[in-house]
Design a protein around this ligand. Structure first.
Ligand code: ZN
Ligand code: ZN
Length: 293
């Protein structure tokens, strides 16, 4: 690995309320990805309950923001993890090996990198390494498809030496999943479980009632993990009410496009079409191609 004197001042993202809660706080002390999931890493029961406790309050916080709270936390969590990666893990050999195996990050997570402050140098260092690996595969493939001599080409065809997949395709086949996508699945399941567990509590349910509610993909997730959970009917009823309200807003929005009512000022319905999009498909980018729902 290239020796590189990399330093990047910790900035934190004080504008992000979730960062204050330290959604992925462990990443800063335990390394990129290694510390992201106490359950997976076998952290003590005390730490687990502390993580659960944190998730409870982080969700309450996310309920006050627009959009699906689980989508929001996934995006903020990803930004925090990327910040940790660029802050202290750029030259970490284990992190680098993981990124080489996954060929870096998926499209969604890679394009979050420019949103991390002062990310350019860290991205340049990591992606220089990744491109070097890609170049090796490109050159191997070039050698495969252009034998140095006609005789060797004939020999390869006769012996079947070139019958296997091309090096680049084989390299792609062996690529592991985007590490942040793997984490995102565990994180959202944890949030959905926490929501189901607490929906029976009046304070939590009231806070949830003031939120945008879950997007449809995350509601599917809640159904998948809590099909027989005692609080599932409460969660579903909350969405029935919310979706009826949204449909009313969409109808009102459409009505005001009629020239007879076009003079009427728009209220909450103005952004109803945007809310409907997010309700049906989730926040932009969250359900990227490498996510498994
Ligand atoms: Zn969502
Ligand atoms: Zn990803």
């Amino acid at each position: 690995m290239m020796a590189f004197a990399y330093s990047r001042p910790w900035r934190g993202d004080r504008s992000c309320r979730h960062c204050r809660w330290g959604f992925l706080r462990e990443t800063h002390s335990m390394g990129f990805l290694d510390g992201m999931d106490p359950e997976v890493r076998g952290i003590s029961p005390k730490a687990k309950s502390s993580a659960k406790f944190l998730a409870y309050f982080q969700l309450l916080d996310a309920f006050t923001e627009p959009g699906c709270p689980v989508c929001r936390r996934l995006e903020q969590g990803a930004l925090m993890a990327l910040d940790a990666l660029l802050y202290e893990q750029v030259n970490d050999p284990l992190t680098r090996r993981r990124l080489v195996r996954s060929h870096g990050l998926c499209n969604w997570h890679a394009w979050l990198l420019p949103r991390v402050q002062s990310s350019a140098l860290g991205v340049a260092v990591i992606y220089h390494h990744l491109l070097k690996e890609a170049l090796k595969q490109l050159q191997a493939t070039m050698r495969e498809i252009r034998p140095r001599t006609r005789r060797k080409g004939l020999w390869n065809r006769v012996t079947g030496a070139d019958a296997g997949p091309l090096a680049m395709l084989e390299w792609r086949r062996k690529r592991t999943r985007c590490p942040l996508c793997s984490f995102a699945g565990r994180s959202e399941r944890g949030d959905l479980r926490t929501m189901l567990d607490h929906m029976g509590e009046p304070d939590f349910a009231e806070a949830f009632a003031r939120s945008t509610g879950l997007c449809l993909p995350h509601l599917y997730g809640a159904l998948a993990i809590g099909g027989d959970h005692a609080n599932l009917p409460i969660l579903l009823a909350a969405h029935e009410q919310r979706w009826q309200g949204l449909m009313g807003d969409l109808a009102e929005f459409t009505r005001k496009f009629d020239y007879r009512y076009a003079h009427e000022a728009m209220g909450d319905e103005k952004k109803s079409w945007h809310r409907a999009l997010e309700t049906l498909v989730g926040r932009a980018g969250i359900f990227g191609p490498e996510r498994r729902q």
